[in-house]
Design a binder for this molecule. Structure first.
Ligand SMILES: [Zn+2]
Length: 246
């Protein structure tokens, strides 16, 4: 069996047998990996507590036939602030959920890995409510579905832009109904993130706009992931139909 090392974020864990856990990881070098941590549910386990969701860990693993086996885990960041603040912890949980839903097993994505660990570190450092919306905006860009925010995607008007709809590809004006409501400040903050001015947005956006952006971002990413999951299940059904001559 081959032994390898990788850095990873723990996305979630679940019980296996009496004392073991399956750990779902998003690793820098291999993308999403499911691995077994043996004996971690015993109280004297050396590394059980290091494998909590949200942890960034340096791991040593054996390549298994089905699941890899974790033989060492060292914490890279302790995340003491993040774990003691419910809001930050909730935000971190949402980021992990997005990655878990959007990333396929075995597909390395170093850019997304860097974004996720950067966002977790920022939550630990400042607990900033803009971490989720800026992450979501950059994630949509990476997924190739950056919404247009300067003109109505239905009629082209650049006046009275009041809503945003991921399926249609961007913002809508007051004459074109639908979408999630979005104010001018929130829309301009998105524009700044798309232009790479993330630090500026993190430092200058008011708390009220930050809250609005957080709601809008959660809805946008939810719509995007639903659509993605639906697309892949349609593709799966087509493949099934294709292999069945009846
Ligand atoms: Zn319009």
């Amino acid at each position: 069996m081959a032994l390898y090392r990788d850095e990873a974020v723990v996305l979630r864990t679940y019980k296996l047998a009496e004392a073991d856990r399956i750990v779902v990881l998003f690793s820098r070098g291999r993308g999403k990996v499911r691995a077994v941590a043996k004996g971690v549910r015993r109280t004297r386990s050396k590394f059980g507590s290091r494998l909590e969701p949200g942890s960034i860990v340096e791991l040593q693993l054996y390549e298994g036939r089905n699941l890899d086996i974790i033989t060492q885990a060292e914490r890279v960041v302790a995340f003491t602030n993040l774990r003691s603040n419910l809001d930050s912890y909730g935000r971190a949980a949402l980021l992990l959920e997005i990655i878990d839903a959007a990333v396929a097993e075995g597909e390395a994505n170093p850019a997304l890995y860097k974004m996720l660990t950067g966002a977790l570190r920022e939550l630990e450092r400042a607990g900033n409510p803009l971490v989720v919306p800026t992450f979501v905006a950059k994630f949509l860009v990476l997924e190739g579905v950056q919404p247009l925010v300067d003109a109505c995607v239905r009629c082209g008007s650049s006046a009275d832009l009041v809503a945003i709809q991921i399926h249609e590809g961007g913002v809508l004006c007051s004459n074109c109904p639908g979408g999630e409501p979005i104010g001018d400040s929130a829309r301009l903050a998105l524009r700044n993130v798309f232009d790479g001015r993330v630090r500026h947005v993190l430092d200058t956006t008011s708390e009220e706009v930050a809250q609005e952006l957080e709601t809008v971002a959660a809805r946008l990413v939810e719509q995007h992931i639903e659509r993605r999951l639906r697309a892949s299940s349609v593709l799966y059904e087509q493949l099934q139909d294709g292999s069945n001559p009846s």
